[in-house]
Design a protein around this ligand. Sequence first.
Ligand code: ADP
Ligand code: MG
Length: 266
Amino acid sequence: MTEPSSDEPLIPSAPSSAVEIRDLRFAYGEKQALHDISLDIPARQITAFIGPSGCGKSTLLRCLNRINDRIPGAAVTGGSVHIHGIDIYRADIDLQELRRRVGMVFQKYNPFPKSVYENVVFSLRISGMTKRSELDDAAEAALRSAALWDEVKDRLHRSALGLSGGQQQRLCIARAIANRPDILLMDEPCAALDPIATLKIEELLHDLKRDYTIVIVTHNMSQATRCSDITAFMYLGKLVETGPTLEIFNTPKDPQTLAYVTGSFG
Ligand SMILES: Nc1ncnc2c1ncn2[C@@H]1O[C@H](COP(=O)(O)OP(=O)(O)O)[C@@H](O)[C@H]1O
Ligand SMILES: [Mg+2]
């Protein structure tokens, strides 16, 4: 993204929108997957996308760092996405920089088959950091932020694949954080984890929102109520309703939202 270059994460002034989605349409070939989505995602809050399987949650999330661009035939067919005021679908957007600023964590934790340490410093090395002490400091800071440091500090140079599932997912979060993103996208980050590992990630999210804007896709409604500030309910590629999480779950305005949050379908 073309912004005055700075190592500091972009810090929005007042409680503002980090992301502004307007009339966004997205299609996989002939299949329209998102219909005229408009949504503001507030900075330094946790926004949850909920809705039944296939309603477009992942597609919408993946529009926010343009990784959908990699799918042949898939394209934004209308509308816009601005992140901190920048139109991310502009032709001159640097996709590598966009994806550094908008980090992503997937459902299936996917550390590289490398050491814990090398996972965290991977992108720092790519961006040219070579000094051992700087890499060490960055690795420790990211692992501490991901609430993983105490568990791995004695095994930094052993394979990441020997960690538990929950630890591997927190390592993936550390790897994203090491890039100093502004926004963290998480697509069902706990779906492959047991309840205790899930709780740890949820606690971590709570700490991370001090520094990051977080968008999480979940089909676990109690997870949405436990961790998100804002909930957006989607159905059949449309955004049905959005608002403070408690309102969406307790006093939704739309009958479809009510049916979903009370478990009548989905
Ligand atoms: N790579 C793809 N190619 C074609 N259609 C896709 C692709 N990914 C998702 N879809 C379709 O787009 C719709 C939304 O999918 P998705 O965003 O994955 O929903 P969710 O995350 O809510 O389960 C679904 O109908 C799905 O089948
Ligand atoms: Mg999905």
